[in-house]
Design a protein around this ligand. Sequence first.
Ligand code: 13P
Length: 255
Amino acid sequence: MKTYIVGNWKMNFTVGESSIYLHKLLKKITPKKGLVVAIAPSTIALQPLSLQIDRKKIRLAAQNCCGKDYGAYTGETAVSQLRGLIDFCIIGHSERRFVFNESDKMIREKVAACVRNGITPILCIGETESERAFGETADVLKDQISTGLADVSREDLDKVIIAYEPVWAISSVKGAKVAVPDDISSSIDIIRKHLKDTYGKSTDETPVLYGGSVNPSNCGAYLTIPGVNGLLIGGSSLIADQFNDIIEIAKRVTA
Ligand code: 13P
């Protein structure tokens, strides 16, 4: 199984700043077999960065897409329009679910659109602090997996990545807490068991990433949690040196 280190830049950096960051990272980064590094800049930066990127070192991811392939959807970007630019697309991030009211149906359509267009969706799931407090974590995770993957066939499951991001651990959330490996481990077990119960054994091939307040000091511990195949990183991915430190640690701990 490969290890994935994905930087979600969220709505930060102009196109010029994105290009300068990429230039810096490309100079630092040395590829390693089995380690996939990706950055998810704003949609407007994807096309120029796709001309600058060295795909042996870094891949591009979109932060969102439309679930339709074309048509009268003002302001949307179809994943079919992003083909050739990106390898991955983040879908159902908690900021999209809660700030932009993305529904389960929209998320399901987006995941299916990615698979149909040969782009790997990174389906984000995770419970809120109150869901966790009320003991609803398992139900929330199972529900988000089942609805998100509803239109993905068992054969296509290895074309999907799941990112477990507990909302309460995302650094930009008010009062965010840093998750300890035991918190994450129990959720990863729930996710893996649910995939297995629903789809059968072959789901061991589905990568599951962790995201939430990851930084160079804690990434090694997160990467060694059984069943975790990589990291989805927000704040710490905005500083090229920190992001590269995480990449270097990932190389060591997954050796
Ligand atoms: P932070 O790493 O800033 O907590 O963000 C996590 C995240 O939302 C990545 O998608």
